[in-house]
Write a protein that binds this ligand. Structure first.
Ligand SMILES: Cc1cc2nc3c(=O)[nH]c(=O)nc-3n(C[C@H](O)[C@H](O)[C@H](O)COP(=O)(O)O)c2cc1C
Length: 409
């Protein structure tokens, strides 16, 4: 082999110095290529109690693990030789166009995860052309979210409390503030057993104990934001200091039934979605009642452990309810591939909870932007690789959901 000294004009094209990224936040977020990466950054930057509150689920966390596994176990079936130079990820959801087939799920205590909280979620969602759902347990008020994000599509999530008048006062405020959809959550007759929170002694707001102070030392940015922004409180509820489980059990009403749902629907001028449906027969009953959408969900595994995988319920529910009622799904979505699988399996729309919060904890508003960018890139690429150009072209022929577990006998 003959050797020669490298010449300057041969070396020049190889030397590609990248423009240095000065903002540490931007550097962190650009380096995150997946939602799992955002989760790792989030974990480093967030006190343990707040991170575990987000990351954790109920009891042995079996429900959540199975829901994520179900997406991992999908087999895709691509079609070849299609022109996929252009793909369209938009669709009509409850009568209005959204640019991507996912929205931001309602989550409580969001300013505790990161001080920018719900405003970061709502503004990032609107910038991307997707809806944002505000929780009853939100830490930014109904009106403040609307004011901070004018023109955005906002949904309000309702927990029915023992005090019906106060619940309905919130519904009224949401209607007045221009929220167009009510998500009625029906899977919390009582709080799930969130063991990580019990073990961490999680309280709202977080208390300063020797343990939390020690945990705070490597996470100064979170604490600085926490201590120098508006005190953490429920924006829509009276102040509370105690454990989350105690709060939920004090507020939530285990007597709520289908009749209450009909009553709520009659009070609300916009669309109604029932969140937390977990069986074909309940879905059929809701479709008959005429709700606008059914959200198959087990609350991200935070309620009943060993609950059905919502993704697996999709084909049977779709068959049962027909096309008049939109069928949505959440729980376990961590990638665009998961969203595409859900749509191909029959979901009209999906919601993401933790993926959003990992983005938020990793980098506030820009972190949520990055989460949406990651998911939308994965959705587009997966559609192209499957040979489809629109969401309507995605169908059961594109996915096989493999089951590790099946009923005995
Ligand atoms: C930290 C956290 C708080 C939540 N708070 C609420 C809530 O206040 N109301 C509600 O209906 N669902 C709540 N959820 C459930 C989400 O709306 C959604 O169903 C779930 O996160 C979907 O699963 P995923 O996290 O795997 O995407 C919460 C979820 C998380 C992770």
């Amino acid at each position: 082999m003959d050797r020669q000294l490298p010449k300057r004009h041969d070396l020049a094209p190889l030397l590609k110095f990248k423009r240095p990224v000065l903002s540490p936040r931007e550097r962190r977020l650009t380096a995150a290529l997946t939602v799992e990466d955002l989760r790792r950054v989030a974990k480093r930057r967030t006190p343990k109690a707040a991170f575990d509150y987000t990351d954790g689920a109920a009891d042995g966390e079996i429900t959540l693990a199975r829901a994520r596994q179900a997406f991992a176990d999908v087999e895709f079936h691509p079609s070849i030789l299609r022109d996929v130079s252009e793909v369209d990820t938009s669709r009509e959801v409850l009568g209005k166009r959204v640019s991507l087939p996912f929205g931001i799920a309602p989550t409580g205590f969001t300013r505790m995860m990161q001080a920018e909280g719900e405003v970061a979620g709502a503004t990032a969602a609107t910038a991307a052309g997707i809806p944002f759902a505000l929780s009853t347990m939100g830490t930014t008020s109904i009106e403040d979210v609307a004011a901070a994000d004018p023109g955005g599509r906002h949904w309000f999530q309702l927990y029915m409390w023992k005090d019906r008048d106060r619940s309905m006062a919130l519904v009224d405020r949401a209607a007045k503030a221009g929220y167009d959809t009510l998500l009625v959550t029906v899977d919390v007759p009582v709080a799930g057993a969130r063991l990580r929170d019990v073990r961490n002694g999680m309280t709202i707001p977080p208390t300063l104990t020797p343990r939390t102070v020690a945990n705070a030392i490597p996470r100064p940015a979170w604490w600085f934001n926490f201590l120098t922004t508006e005190p953490l409180a429920f924006a829509s509820l009276d102040s509370w200091s105690g454990t989350v489980a105690d709060l939920l059990d004090t507020m939530f009403d285990p007597t709520v039934t289908y009749d209450d749902l009909t009553w709520i629907r009659d009070q609300w001028p916009g669309k109604v979605v029932v969140k937390g449906v977990q069986s074909v027969s309940d879905a059929a009953r809701l479709a008959e009642l005429g709700v606008d959408a059914i959200l198959l969900s087990n609350h991200g595994g935070r309620q009943l452990d060993r609950a059905p995988v919502p993704f697996h319920l999709l084909p049977d529910v779709r068959r049962e309810v027909g096309d008049a009622t939109e069928v949505w799904v959440d729980t376990g979505i961590m990638s665009g591939q998961d969203v595409v699988s859900a749509v191909a399996h029959g979901a009209h729309f999906t919601l993401v909870g933790r993926a959003y919060l990992y983005g938020l904890m990793a980098g506030g508003r820009e972190g949520v932007d990055r989460m949406i960018e990651i998911l939308s890139g994965q959705i587009e690429r997966t559609m192209r690789l499957l040979g489809v150009r629109t969401l309507d072209e995605l169908g059961p022929e594109h996915v096989t959901a493999m089951r590790r577990l099946g009923p005995v006998g």
